[in-house]
Design a protein around this ligand. Structure first.
Ligand code: NAD
Length: 291
């Protein structure tokens, strides 16, 4: 495992929810961080802050000057964060621009943010159920919205960039990522509406663990373009997972049983290849499911 001490890392989307925590986390590890942000954020713990747009070739070229590694998080992070055109085109052009320039410069490794939505089902307006549980990175997709499509496209861009320029790319299919307080409030919502998040497997990740996963994505000994699902080990619903699946996905094949509130997301690859294990789990009671 390599160290990040003294390594120069560009973080895009640096002022965002995951970006700001990631900048602090990498700086604490001794990385020399350049933050690319489209909005002013004076509190960023970066060595260099560049105000710019990841769709712009010039802005990204300036931000990449001297970089050894890249963390690309900038995106319109939800289907409703802009018009369909802006969400799709902004996300895919940004990812292409960042990875193509980084690859052409000979940068060896990038981490990008994909999403659990890359398989489409979670935001699909027709509300299909997943093909099976646990959710994994190769499951059949059923895309019905432009945000999910942009994330699926970003994973293809990562594979192309590796194939063309040899830049290793780690793409994380993040579940809902937020602070512990927000995840706890979301758990209250799942208590009252337990079926609402079945298509995301009630997955969640503390923002600090997202930053930790990104650290491992930058340093793990691997090559190629790889997609990893990451999540806390437990759901943020206060019910047993098998009881939830019995109630809300009774006809969906289950490839194995789940222990207690174990998240029905396959974390094997992240554990085995990256050594990732979430450090923050929500301490929730396990209630009887009555529907
Ligand atoms: N937080 C989650 O639950 C979650 C889940 C899955 C995937 N993701 C992905 O993780 C990444 C980070 O998400 P987040 O939760 O921190 O979102 P966020 O909205 O808090 O941060 C994204 C940042 O990117 C910036 N941005 C958007 N377009 C830009 C552009 N053209 N140029 C420069 N900056 C631009 C935004 O201003 C924002 O500061 C995104 O790619 C998102 O799609 C997030």
């Amino acid at each position: 495992m390599t160290t990040l001490n003294g390594r120069r890392v560009l973080v895009t989307g640096a002022a965002g929810r995951i970006g700001s925590v990631t900048v602090g986390h990498l700086a604490d590890l001794g990385a020399v961080v350049t933050a690319l942000t489209i909005v002013e954020e004076p509190s960023l713990k970066a060595d260099r802050v560049i105000i710019g747009d990841t769709r712009s070739e010039d802005d990204v070229a300036g931000a990449l000057e001297g970089a050894d590694l890249v963390v690309h998080l900038a995106a319109l992070a939800h289907r409703d964060a802009g018009t369909p055109y802006d969400v799709y085109s902004g996300n895919v052009v940004s990812t292409f621009n960042v990875l193509a320039q980084a690859g052409a410069l000979g940068i060896k490794r990038a981490v990008i943010a994909s999403s659990i939505n890359a398989y489409g089902v979670a935001m699909n307006p027709h509300q299909p159920l997943p093909a099976y549980f646990p959710l994994d990175a190769t499951m059949p997709s059923d895309v019905g919205d432009w945000y999910s499509l942009s994330k699926q496209n970003d994973e293809n861009t990562a594979r192309m960039a590796w194939r063309h320029w040899g830049i290793d790319v780690v793409a994380f299919r993040f579940p809902h990522v937020n602070s512990a307080d927000v995840l706890r409030r979301q758990a209250d919502g799942h208590r009252d509406n337990p079926g609402g998040a079945v298509r995301e497997g009630w997955g969640n990740l503390d923002t600090r663990d997202a930053a930790y996963a990104i650290e491992l994505g930058l340093t793990a000994p691997l090559s190629g373009a790889h997609t990893f699902l990451v999540a806390a080990n437990t759901t943020n619903a206060p019910y047993e997972t098998d009881a939830l699946l019995d109630a809300f996905a009774p006809d969906v094949p289950r490839l194995r049983r789940f222990a207690g509130r174990e998240v029905p997301i396959d974390l094997t690859a992240a554990r085995a290849v990256l050594g990732f294990q979430a450090r923050h789990e929500l301490d929730l009671p396990t209630l009887p499911l009555e529907i």
